[in-house]
Design a protein around this ligand. Sequence first.
Ligand code: PDD
Length: 277
Amino acid sequence: MIVLKNQEFIQRDNAKTDIEDRGYTFGDGVYEVIRVYNGAFFMLKEHLERLQFSLTETAIPYDTDSEDLGTLLNQLVSKNQIKNGAIYLQITRGIAPRSHPYPKQTPPQLYAYPIPVSSPVDAQQNGVSVTLLEDRRWLRCDIKSLNLLYNVMAKQQAKENGHFEALLYRDEAHITEGSSSNFFAVKNGTVITHPANNYILNGITRLAILKVCDQLGIPFEERELRIRDLESIDEAFLASTTSEVVPITEVDQQKIGDGKAGEITSRILEGFKELIR
Ligand code: PDD
Protein backbone atom coordinates (compact mmCIF):
# COMPACT_ATOMS: atom_id res chain seq x y z
CA MET A 1 0.00 0.00 0.00
CA ILE A 2 1.21 3.50 -0.86
CA VAL A 3 0.59 6.20 1.73
CA LEU A 4 0.65 9.96 1.31
CA LYS A 5 2.69 11.57 4.09
CA ASN A 6 2.54 15.36 3.80
CA GLN A 7 3.82 15.85 0.20
CA GLU A 8 5.51 12.47 -0.15
CA PHE A 9 4.40 9.01 -1.24
CA ILE A 10 5.83 6.25 0.95
CA GLN A 11 5.30 2.54 1.63
CA ARG A 12 2.86 1.55 4.40
CA ASP A 13 5.70 0.03 6.46
CA ASN A 14 7.54 3.33 6.53
CA ALA A 15 4.52 5.32 7.74
CA LYS A 16 5.20 5.91 11.43
CA THR A 17 3.60 8.26 13.96
CA ASP A 18 5.67 10.19 16.47
CA ILE A 19 4.61 9.75 20.13
CA GLU A 20 4.37 13.54 20.40
CA ASP A 21 2.08 14.01 17.43
CA ARG A 22 -0.79 16.08 18.82
CA GLY A 23 -3.27 13.88 17.00
CA TYR A 24 -2.05 11.08 19.23
CA THR A 25 -1.80 13.01 22.53
CA PHE A 26 -4.78 15.38 22.23
CA GLY A 27 -6.85 14.11 19.31
CA ASP A 28 -5.83 17.50 17.92
CA GLY A 29 -6.65 17.07 14.27
CA VAL A 30 -9.32 16.70 11.61
CA TYR A 31 -10.14 14.06 9.00
CA GLU A 32 -12.15 13.06 5.93
CA VAL A 33 -13.34 9.80 4.40
CA ILE A 34 -13.72 10.18 0.63
CA ARG A 35 -15.31 7.54 -1.57
CA VAL A 36 -13.82 6.30 -4.83
CA TYR A 37 -16.15 4.82 -7.44
CA ASN A 38 -14.84 3.37 -10.72
CA GLY A 39 -11.38 4.79 -10.08
CA ALA A 40 -12.56 8.39 -9.48
CA PHE A 41 -13.34 10.42 -6.36
CA PHE A 42 -16.97 11.16 -5.54
CA MET A 43 -17.54 14.84 -4.59
CA LEU A 44 -13.86 15.52 -3.88
CA LYS A 45 -14.37 19.29 -4.12
CA GLU A 46 -17.03 19.22 -1.39
CA HIS A 47 -14.83 17.03 0.86
CA LEU A 48 -11.89 19.42 0.41
CA GLU A 49 -14.13 22.39 1.21
CA ARG A 50 -15.37 20.72 4.39
CA LEU A 51 -11.79 19.78 5.32
CA GLN A 52 -10.72 23.41 4.88
CA PHE A 53 -13.65 24.46 7.09
CA SER A 54 -12.53 22.01 9.84
CA LEU A 55 -8.92 23.25 9.52
CA THR A 56 -9.93 26.90 9.69
CA GLU A 57 -12.29 26.39 12.64
CA THR A 58 -9.53 24.61 14.61
CA ALA A 59 -6.82 27.07 13.45
CA ILE A 60 -4.63 24.31 12.02
CA PRO A 61 -2.38 26.19 9.56
CA TYR A 62 -2.83 24.04 6.45
CA ASP A 63 -4.19 25.31 3.16
CA THR A 64 -5.60 22.58 0.92
CA ASP A 65 -5.27 24.79 -2.21
CA SER A 66 -1.68 25.87 -1.79
CA GLU A 67 -0.65 22.30 -0.85
CA ASP A 68 -2.42 21.13 -4.03
CA LEU A 69 -4.07 18.41 -1.95
CA GLY A 70 -6.62 17.46 -4.63
CA THR A 71 -3.85 16.55 -7.09
CA LEU A 72 -1.94 14.57 -4.44
CA LEU A 73 -5.08 12.62 -3.55
CA ASN A 74 -5.78 11.78 -7.19
CA GLN A 75 -2.20 10.53 -7.49
CA LEU A 76 -2.71 8.43 -4.35
CA VAL A 77 -5.74 6.76 -5.95
CA SER A 78 -3.87 5.93 -9.15
CA LYS A 79 -0.69 4.78 -7.38
CA ASN A 80 -2.80 2.31 -5.37
CA GLN A 81 -4.90 1.39 -8.43
CA ILE A 82 -8.11 1.81 -6.43
CA LYS A 83 -11.25 1.01 -8.41
CA ASN A 84 -13.80 1.06 -5.62
CA GLY A 85 -13.08 1.98 -2.04
CA ALA A 86 -12.19 5.09 -0.08
CA ILE A 87 -9.35 7.29 1.06
CA TYR A 88 -8.96 8.09 4.75
CA LEU A 89 -7.16 11.37 5.36
CA GLN A 90 -6.16 13.08 8.58
CA ILE A 91 -4.28 16.26 9.40
CA THR A 92 -3.02 16.88 12.91
CA ARG A 93 -1.63 20.10 14.38
CA GLY A 94 1.84 18.53 14.30
CA ILE A 95 4.55 17.17 16.53
CA ALA A 96 5.53 19.12 19.66
CA PRO A 97 6.27 18.52 23.37
CA ARG A 98 2.99 17.89 25.18
CA SER A 99 1.51 21.22 26.24
CA HIS A 100 -2.07 22.38 25.68
CA PRO A 101 -1.55 25.71 23.86
CA TYR A 102 -0.95 25.52 20.13
CA PRO A 103 2.76 25.14 19.36
CA LYS A 104 4.37 27.86 17.22
CA GLN A 105 5.78 27.08 13.79
CA THR A 106 5.02 23.38 13.98
CA PRO A 107 4.06 22.01 10.58
CA PRO A 108 0.78 20.06 10.49
CA GLN A 109 1.12 16.35 9.73
CA LEU A 110 -0.94 14.77 6.99
CA TYR A 111 -1.50 11.10 6.31
CA ALA A 112 -3.82 9.72 3.64
CA TYR A 113 -4.25 6.12 2.56
CA PRO A 114 -6.76 3.73 1.02
CA ILE A 115 -9.32 1.89 3.15
CA PRO A 116 -11.60 -0.86 1.88
CA VAL A 117 -15.26 0.20 1.64
CA SER A 118 -18.10 -1.52 -0.17
CA SER A 119 -21.81 -0.70 -0.34
CA PRO A 120 -23.82 -2.49 2.41
CA VAL A 121 -26.13 -4.07 -0.15
CA ASP A 122 -28.15 -6.20 2.28
CA ALA A 123 -28.81 -3.26 4.64
CA GLN A 124 -29.74 -1.06 1.66
CA GLN A 125 -32.29 -3.59 0.43
CA ASN A 126 -33.84 -4.76 3.67
CA GLY A 127 -33.33 -1.83 6.01
CA VAL A 128 -31.85 -1.81 9.50
CA SER A 129 -32.76 -1.19 13.12
CA VAL A 130 -31.22 1.61 15.17
CA THR A 131 -31.15 2.40 18.87
CA LEU A 132 -31.70 5.79 20.49
CA LEU A 133 -28.84 7.02 22.66
CA GLU A 134 -28.21 10.37 24.27
CA ASP A 135 -25.89 12.63 22.24
CA ARG A 136 -23.09 13.27 24.72
CA ARG A 137 -20.62 14.79 22.25
CA TRP A 138 -19.28 18.34 22.35
CA LEU A 139 -21.20 21.19 20.69
CA ARG A 140 -19.04 21.56 17.56
CA CYS A 141 -20.16 18.44 15.72
CA ASP A 142 -19.89 20.45 12.47
CA ILE A 143 -16.09 20.09 12.72
CA LYS A 144 -14.90 16.70 11.46
CA SER A 145 -12.57 16.27 14.41
CA LEU A 146 -10.47 13.20 15.26
CA ASN A 147 -12.12 13.15 18.70
CA LEU A 148 -14.55 10.31 18.08
CA LEU A 149 -14.59 8.73 21.53
CA TYR A 150 -18.30 9.16 22.17
CA ASN A 151 -19.08 8.21 18.56
CA VAL A 152 -17.24 4.89 18.91
CA MET A 153 -18.79 4.22 22.34
CA ALA A 154 -22.28 4.81 20.93
CA LYS A 155 -21.61 2.64 17.85
CA GLN A 156 -20.28 -0.18 20.06
CA GLN A 157 -23.36 -0.08 22.28
CA ALA A 158 -25.61 -0.16 19.22
CA LYS A 159 -23.68 -3.08 17.75
CA GLU A 160 -23.69 -5.08 20.99
CA ASN A 161 -27.47 -4.76 21.06
CA GLY A 162 -27.83 -5.93 17.45
CA HIS A 163 -28.41 -2.53 15.84
CA PHE A 164 -26.79 -1.06 12.73
CA GLU A 165 -26.39 2.42 14.18
CA ALA A 166 -26.97 4.59 17.25
CA LEU A 167 -29.43 7.41 16.61
CA LEU A 168 -28.41 10.30 18.87
CA TYR A 169 -30.67 12.81 20.65
CA ARG A 170 -30.03 15.83 22.87
CA ASP A 171 -31.95 17.70 25.54
CA GLU A 172 -34.45 14.91 26.23
CA ALA A 173 -35.84 14.56 22.73
CA HIS A 174 -34.09 16.47 19.92
CA ILE A 175 -32.76 13.96 17.33
CA THR A 176 -29.41 15.08 15.86
CA GLU A 177 -27.74 12.37 13.74
CA GLY A 178 -26.25 8.86 13.82
CA SER A 179 -22.87 8.09 15.43
CA SER A 180 -21.31 8.09 11.94
CA SER A 181 -24.17 9.08 9.65
CA ASN A 182 -26.89 11.68 9.06
CA PHE A 183 -30.55 10.94 9.79
CA PHE A 184 -33.51 11.57 7.47
CA ALA A 185 -37.25 11.12 7.92
CA VAL A 186 -40.00 11.12 5.30
CA LYS A 187 -43.44 12.42 6.16
CA ASN A 188 -46.31 12.97 3.71
CA GLY A 189 -43.86 12.78 0.83
CA THR A 190 -41.42 15.36 2.25
CA VAL A 191 -37.86 14.51 3.27
CA ILE A 192 -36.90 16.05 6.62
CA THR A 193 -33.39 16.32 8.04
CA HIS A 194 -31.58 18.29 10.74
CA PRO A 195 -30.42 21.80 9.76
CA ALA A 196 -26.68 21.98 9.03
CA ASN A 197 -25.60 23.66 12.28
CA ASN A 198 -23.20 22.89 15.14
CA TYR A 199 -25.21 19.87 16.31
CA ILE A 200 -24.40 17.73 13.25
CA LEU A 201 -21.74 17.04 10.68
CA ASN A 202 -22.89 18.45 7.35
CA GLY A 203 -22.50 15.17 5.47
CA ILE A 204 -21.34 15.13 1.87
CA THR A 205 -23.83 12.32 1.25
CA ARG A 206 -26.46 14.61 2.81
CA LEU A 207 -25.56 17.21 0.16
CA ALA A 208 -25.79 14.56 -2.56
CA ILE A 209 -29.24 13.57 -1.26
CA LEU A 210 -30.39 17.20 -1.42
CA LYS A 211 -29.38 17.18 -5.07
CA VAL A 212 -31.14 13.86 -5.73
CA CYS A 213 -34.34 15.20 -4.10
CA ASP A 214 -34.14 18.26 -6.35
CA GLN A 215 -33.69 16.11 -9.43
CA LEU A 216 -36.57 13.81 -8.49
CA GLY A 217 -38.86 16.65 -7.43
CA ILE A 218 -39.08 15.37 -3.84
CA PRO A 219 -39.66 18.25 -1.38
CA PHE A 220 -36.97 18.67 1.26
CA GLU A 221 -37.13 20.40 4.66
CA GLU A 222 -34.33 21.14 7.12
CA ARG A 223 -35.74 21.14 10.63
CA GLU A 224 -35.34 19.44 13.98
CA LEU A 225 -37.24 16.26 14.74
CA ARG A 226 -38.27 15.02 18.18
CA ILE A 227 -38.31 11.43 19.40
CA ARG A 228 -42.13 11.50 19.51
CA ASP A 229 -42.15 12.41 15.78
CA LEU A 230 -40.84 8.90 15.03
CA GLU A 231 -44.37 7.58 15.70
CA SER A 232 -45.89 9.61 12.88
CA ILE A 233 -43.24 9.52 10.15
CA ASP A 234 -43.71 7.23 7.14
CA GLU A 235 -40.09 6.37 6.40
CA ALA A 236 -36.57 6.97 7.72
CA PHE A 237 -33.03 6.46 6.49
CA LEU A 238 -29.38 7.02 7.27
CA ALA A 239 -26.75 8.42 4.92
CA SER A 240 -22.96 8.49 4.93
CA THR A 241 -19.97 8.07 2.65
CA THR A 242 -19.52 4.46 3.68
CA SER A 243 -23.16 3.33 3.86
CA GLU A 244 -24.61 5.64 1.16
CA VAL A 245 -28.39 5.40 1.80
CA VAL A 246 -29.71 2.81 4.28
CA PRO A 247 -33.43 2.56 5.16
CA ILE A 248 -34.33 2.43 8.85
CA THR A 249 -37.15 -0.02 9.50
CA GLU A 250 -37.09 -0.05 13.32
CA VAL A 251 -36.04 2.20 16.18
CA ASP A 252 -35.62 0.19 19.40
CA GLN A 253 -38.15 -2.47 18.31
CA GLN A 254 -40.65 0.19 17.24
CA LYS A 255 -41.52 -0.06 13.54
CA ILE A 256 -41.09 2.97 11.28
CA GLY A 257 -44.10 3.20 8.95
CA ASP A 258 -44.96 -0.33 7.84
CA GLY A 259 -41.58 -1.68 9.01
CA LYS A 260 -40.23 -2.06 5.47
CA ALA A 261 -37.76 -0.05 3.40
CA GLY A 262 -39.78 2.99 2.29
CA GLU A 263 -40.76 3.84 -1.27
CA ILE A 264 -39.32 7.38 -1.30
CA THR A 265 -36.17 6.10 0.43
CA SER A 266 -35.77 3.51 -2.34
CA ARG A 267 -36.21 6.20 -5.01
CA ILE A 268 -33.55 8.32 -3.32
CA LEU A 269 -31.20 5.31 -3.12
CA GLU A 270 -31.78 4.69 -6.84
CA GLY A 271 -31.14 8.36 -7.62
CA PHE A 272 -27.96 8.23 -5.55
CA LYS A 273 -26.77 5.12 -7.43
CA GLU A 274 -27.30 7.06 -10.67
CA LEU A 275 -25.06 9.89 -9.37
CA ILE A 276 -22.18 7.51 -8.64
CA ARG A 277 -22.43 5.48 -11.83
N1 PDD B 1 -18.53 9.51 9.01
N2 PDD B 1 -22.26 12.38 10.86
C1 PDD B 1 -21.18 11.86 11.46
C2 PDD B 1 -21.04 11.99 12.92
C3 PDD B 1 -20.22 11.17 10.68
O1 PDD B 1 -19.13 10.64 11.27
C4 PDD B 1 -20.42 11.03 9.28
C5 PDD B 1 -19.45 10.33 8.40
C6 PDD B 1 -21.57 11.60 8.71
C7 PDD B 1 -21.85 11.54 7.23
O2 PDD B 1 -20.95 12.35 6.51
P1 PDD B 1 -20.52 12.01 5.02
O3 PDD B 1 -21.75 11.85 4.24
O4 PDD B 1 -19.71 13.15 4.62
O5 PDD B 1 -19.72 10.71 5.09
C8 PDD B 1 -22.46 12.28 9.53
C9 PDD B 1 -17.42 8.91 8.26
C10 PDD B 1 -17.84 8.16 7.06
C11 PDD B 1 -16.56 8.10 9.22
O6 PDD B 1 -16.26 8.63 10.28
O7 PDD B 1 -16.18 6.98 8.89
